[in-house]
Design a protein around this ligand. Structure first.
Ligand code: AMP
Length: 189
């Protein structure tokens, strides 16, 4: 089993690279952002609670996120492994994930970090907003999401670094070049 946390700020290419990793290694995708957007589209109670938080670029509560992850992991017990994309976003989520995986006799093998500078992130997200119309890809929300990442999410890197599991790659270049860097690390594990 291979369990990966794909890490990086909003706009660093986690969704794009997750797709390629899944295709090559047959992992199950856990994107908490996608899961929340599905709740929002289905107008569930959880979706309604999350809507205004997501529109502001703030973080949805750790309890809600851990509940979603717990449900999905228990329904995927036959998987070859998991890729977590956009999760964990707080140290409490990282601790919760370690505890949950330990209960199931599993662990995280590696955190792969996509490193991209701030201006490039803003440019990419504004373009995604234009191309795909995602409501939180507007300048005000983008700037808050990057701030929230810096304040609340970047410490998660230190959490995995202290376990010797963080591996960063340059997240700029062609999609295939970046994927080559990531798969080089995966295959060296
Ligand atoms: P994403 O698609 O990963 O950029 O997530 C979009 C939005 O969903 C974020 O700006 C947060 O409001 C919310 N969100 C997604 N994942 C999480 C998480 N792990 N913890 C808290 N909030 C999250």
């Amino acid at each position: 089993m291979l369990n990966i946390v794909l890490f990086g700020p909003p706009g660093s290419g986690k969704g794009t690279q997750s797709e390629k990793i899944i295709e090559k290694y047959g992992l199950t995708h856990f994107s908490t952002g996608d899961m929340l957007r599905a709740e929002l589209d289905a107008e569930t109670e959880l979706g309604l609670q999350a809507k205004s938080i997501m529109e502001k670029g703030e973080l949805v509560s750790d309890e809600i996120i851990m509940g979603m992850i717990r449900n999905k992991i228990s329904s995927e017990s036959d998987s070859k492994g998991f890729i977590f994309d956009g999760f964990p976003r707080t140290t409490a989520q990282a601790e919760g994930l370690d505890k949950l995986l330990a209960e199931l006799g599993m662990k995280i093998d590696v955190m792969l970090g996509l490193e991209v500078d701030r201006q490039e992130l803003i440019d990419r997200l504004l373009k995604r907003g234009k191309d795909h119309g995602r409501a939180d890809d507007n300048l005000e929300t983008i700037e808050n999401r990057i701030k929230v990442y810096k304040d609340q999410t970047s410490p998660v890197m230190g959490y995995y670094e202290s376990q010797g599991k963080y591996r960063g790659v340059e997240g700029v270049g062609s999609i295939d070049d970046i994927f080559g860097r990531l798969s080089g690390i995966i295959e060296s594990l």
